[in-house]
Structure formats: C-alpha cells, structure tokens
Design a protein around this ligand. Structure first.
Ligand code: NHR
Ligand code: GAR
Length: 214
C-alpha cells in the first residue's frame, strides 16, 4: 500500500502544487492550512484532495493551535507530515509527536539564514550562491537533519523578488525528488543525526559564481 502524507500550507501553495504534479508513489490524504484564504486550498480541492483549515487566529495559544492541528492531521493517519510554505513555528510537543515524520523546505542553504526573509538576508550578506534545503524538522528552528539542497547563483542585479523566483524553481525540483526518495524507502535518519539517501546519483559539474566552471 502507498504511504500516506498530509501537506501543511499557509498561502500560495506552489510547492504543494509541485508535489501534486509529480505523480509520486504516495497518497496525499489532505492539505491543511492555518489561513482560511490560502490560495493552495482551492488548488488542492480542484484536484480532488481534501482541503481543511485549522485557523491559528481561533486559538489563544500556540499550544492549543498545535493540538487542534495535530488532531486534524492524525484523523488521516499519515506516515509523514510535509510543511510546504507553512508559516507557523511549531511547539516542542507537536514536534515530539511527529519525531522523524516531519519534513520542511526552507528557502536558503541551511545552516545559513534560518528564519524569515531569507532572500533579503542573502542579499544583505552578499553571498554569491543561495538556494534551498529540504530537512527534517526538529525543535530548533530550521536546524534539523538535511535531506537535500539545491544551489542557485545570486546575480548582481537581483532583488528579493528575482532571487526568490530563482530559488522557488529549485524548490519545485528538489522537494518532489526528496519525497520520492522517502516514498521509496530510501531515506534513513541515522544515529549521528545525519540523513542517508540510498542510491542517490553523484551530481555532475559544480556551480561557481561569478565565472564559468573550468
Ligand atoms: N517549527 C519548528 N519547531 N522547527 C522548525 O524547523 C520549523 C517549525 C515551523 C515551521 C518552517 C520555517 C521555514 O522554513 C518551519 C520550521 C515560520 C517561521 C516564523 O517565524 C519561521 C520559520 C519557518 C516558518 N513564523 C512566525 C511565527 O510567529 C509567523 C510568520 C507569519 O505568520 O507570517 O510563527 O522558514
Ligand atoms: C517557499 O519559498 C517556501 O520555501 C517558503 O515560503 C514559500 C512558500 O511558497 N517557506 C518559508 O519561508 C517557511 N517559513 P508556496 O506557498 O508557493 O509553496
């Protein structure tokens, strides 16, 4: 039987859409948003996937919101919970409940630029290479074991918007790939806290910016 996942979103849902489009060998049991107006909800509904809202604004504390969110998730009995542009920091109790079963995509090359406004942070730091990271979620924000990363160049005329768009394209490539590895049972969370990927291809070539590769 195909493994089941639940996807959590907060807005546009383009990473969710990339996962839906990838025909992955898994069942997307539901998409849940903490914002009632999230555009991704309509996208999911249009594809026949259960779309639900757990509105964080209806909760006085992070703890009760996270409890309601976990109840909504667990009704679907997923083997994995996938954060795709989900914008609420999760409490330690929630993280413990989904230990090793919670994935996120973060728009930077972690451990650089955790938190919000990553493209602004990258431009301010003057880095030549930026990107995105798929990682398991732990209590420490944006610090969990890394599954996959993709690098993109930062160009001299980049704005937050142009850089974000370039990174987003790479997000849409590596998140489905990482989910496929998971669905095929090729990911292992090792005792040393690192992630093993069975049978991953060694990448050809390297990115160097500025300047052409030798
Ligand atoms: N929760 C834990 N405990 N650990 C992580 O690594 C998490 C997490 C929850 C979300 C995604 C993360 C990202 O990829 C993520 C990783 C939201 C914020 C944030 O500051 C920071 C990081 C991430 C997501 N959120 C504000 C808050 O007060 C609200 C911002 C908003 O609503 O727009 O929760 O970057
Ligand atoms: C993506 O770039 C995702 O990496 C980022 O927000 C965007 C969501 O877009 N996530 C975070 O910043 C988490 N704090 P999407 O809704 O179109 O997938």
């Amino acid at each position: 039987m195909k493994p089941r996942i639940v996807i959590l979103i907060s807005g546009r849902g383009s990473n969710m859409a990339a996962l839906l489009a990838a025909s992955l060998p898994l069942e997307i049991a539901a998409v849940i948003s903490n914002r009632p107006g999230a555009a991704g909800l309509a996208l999911a509904t249009a594809q026949g996937i259960a779309a639900e809202v757990v509105d964080h604004q209806a909760h006085a504390t992070r703890e009760t919101f996270d409890q309601a969110l976990a109840e909504a998730i667990d009704r679907h009995q997923p083997q994995l919970v996938v954060l795709a542009g989900f914008m609420r920091i999760l409490t330690p109790a929630f993280i413990r409940h989904y230990q090793g079963r919670l994935l996120n995509i973060h728009p930077s090359l972690l451990p650089a630029f955790p938190g919000l406004h990553t493209h602004r942070q990258a431009l301010q730091a003057g880095v030549r290479i930026h990107g995105c990271t798929v990682h398991f979620v732990t209590e420490q924000l944006d610090h969990g074991p890394i599954v996959a990363q993709a690098a993109v160049p930062v160009l001299p005329d980049d704005t937050e918007e142009t850089l974000a768009a370039r990174v987003l394209e790479s997000e849409h490539r590596i998140y489905p790939e990482a989910l496929r590895w998971w669905a095929e049972g090729r990911l292992t969370l090792r005792d040393d806290g690192r992630v093993g990927v069975q049978g991953a291809a060694f990448p050809q070539g390297a990115l160097r910016v500025p300047g052409a590769a030798a």
